[in-house]
Ligand binder design. Structure first.
Ligand code: NDP
Ligand code: 2IT
Length: 445
């Protein structure tokens, strides 16, 4: 049995109830197998056994009072996975599906994603099973305050720097930062994704979606193609989906579909993004309401049908395992050219295999959606220097970072696998930097 297999077997036993975590680990371990054959020093340093185990797992009670005066209890998490190359960094997810296994999978992925950005950020992730849907402003604020009143002692600008993810955007970061500042009596960049009036970076809101499109352009270029003139389907209609749509349109492509967890809209004339922004960012309504503004558009219940729409480029930007083998086969039958993951692990392993077998350009999440956390890294840099860069400066740096990530992943893929296998390339390039750092720092944790 190979080392990867034996580590995986142990985890299957210990973490049997964490399927998403096992899925994420299996993919990375399969990719780095070939590297370890050439690097007995990393094996000897126990890197594989160490890297799959979080440095620290925090679980805490979050108690708050709803609008009816009833006491509510949620569970809070922060998984501080790996700090070999920098302070823990990664988002907070508020969604009823959150459990320890989900946060561990996200924290594990974050280690390699952050490494690929080239910035000094370790991997971490957190969140809660709190469901922001249907809650009042006051309830969201009180929950965020209660959450941060527990988390604050574990984070800090040189220790752990959380940000947003599903269910956590500018509003929630604002409430959490207010509480953090109140308790610590300090104005530190201990969160990213902050508002522009209190230390946020221009371009952070747009960064994940824009970065995804820059990465897609890099992939397309290897086949002499570009986004211009292409039909694009994007799942989700949150932060990542909205700004991916904006950039596709700026690059001359046409986005024809978006979704939420209830269903999807199809607008053959191209999505009117102003309508979507108003519905989702301002009024917090359902994507179905798009039809009130664009009667020629169509709405279908259920989110998986979105992949039946014929497109040249598919950008899954909602959640994990939202695109399965069957959906992948449909996309292939419809001659999809490129698929890039805006969400974390949105494609199942079967889907990824189908794309790769059929030579579809495939951009894995760790590489393709790293623009968000990279720009969080730029926010941290600006906070440390106590200055702000212009939107154009941040965007130029983001573009350069995405180009470099694509280059690094391709080079590693060329060295150890097939040059088009960016899954292996991203995993290997991300892993090597962290593994070298762990080895160099001796047998610590
Ligand atoms: P948002 O909360 O802004 O939007 C999430 C979108 O996905 C919504 O449209 C939501 O629909 C949909 N969605 C969420 N959960 C499910 C589900 N279980 N089934 C179907 N649809 C679902 O989150 P983000 O846009 O920030 O995040 C989207 C993805 O991108 C996540 O995987 C996240 O981890 C990843 N990501 C985010 C980054 C960021 O900077 N924000 C950076 C890198 C990756 P509904 O409103 O109905 O729930
Ligand atoms: O998955 C991710 O990379 C994020 N949610 C962004 C994390 C961050 O720290 O900006």
């Amino acid at each position: 049995m190979s080392l990867s297999e034996s580590v995986l077997n142990r985890l299957r036993h210990q973490s049997a109830h964490e399927p998403e975590f096992l899925q994420a680990v299996q993919e990375v371990l399969e990719s780095v197998e070939k590297v370890l054959v050439k690097r007995p020093d990393l094996v000897e340093a126990g890197i594989l056994d160490r890297i799959v185990e979080p440095e620290k797992v925090l679980m805490f009670r979050v108690t708050w009072v709803d609008d009816h005066g009833k006491v509510q209890v949620n569970r809070g998490y922060r998984v501080q996975f790996n700090s070999a190359i920098g302070p823990y960094k990664g988002g907070l997810r508020f969604h009823p599906s959150v459990n320890l296994g989900i946060i561990k999978f996200l924290g594990f992925e974050q280690i390699f994603k952050n490494s690929l950005t080239g910035l000094a950020m370790g991997g971490g992730k957190g969140g809660s099973d709190f469901d922001p849907k249907g809650k009042s402003e006051g309830e969201v604020m009180r929950f965020c305050q209660a959450f941060m009143s527990q988390l604050w002692r574990h984070i800090g600008p040189e220790t752990d720097v959380p940000a947003g993810d599903i269910g956590v955007g500018g509003r929630e970061i604002g409430y959490m930062y207010g509480t953090y500042r109140q308790i610590t009596n300090a104005f530190w960049g201990a969160l990213t994704g902050k508002g522009l009036t209190y230390g946020g970076s221009l371009g952070r809101t747009e960064a994940t979606g824009y970065g995804l499109c820059y990465f897609t352009e890099e992939m397309l270029e290897t086949r002499g193609e570009m986004v211009r003139g292409k039909t694009v389907v994007i799942s989700g209609s949150g932060n990542v989906a909205i700004y991916a749509t904006e950039k596709v349109h700026q690059l001359g492509g046409v986005v024809v579909a978006l979704s939420d967890s209830n269903g999807y809209i199809y607008d053959p004339d191209g999505i009117d993004l102003q309508v979507v922004k108003q519905l989702k960012e301002v009024e917090r309504r359902r994507i179905k309401d798009y039809l009130n503004y664009r009667p020629r558009a169509k709405y279908e219940e259920g989110c998986s049908g979105i992949w039946n729409i014929k497109c040249d480029i598919a950008l899954p930007c909602a959640t994990q395992n939202e695109l399965d083998g069957q959906a992948a086969q449909t996309l292939v039958n419809n001659k999809v050219l490129a698929v890039a993951e805006g969400a974390n692990m949105p494609c199942t392993p079967e889907a990824v295999e189908i794309f790769q077998k059929n030579k579809v350009l495939f951009g894995p999440a760790k590489a393709a959606n790293a623009g968000g956390v990279a720009t969080s890294g730029l926010e941290m840099a600006q906070n440390s220097m106590k200055l702000s860069w212009t939107f154009e400066e941040v965007d130029a740096k983001l573009k350069e970072i995405m180009r470099n990530i694509h280059k690094k992943a391709r080079e590693a893929a060329k060295e150890y696998a097939d040059p088009d296998d960016l899954v292996a390339g991203a995993n290997i390039a991300g892993f090597l930097k962290v593994a070298e750092a762990m080895k160099a720092q001796g047998i610590t944790f």
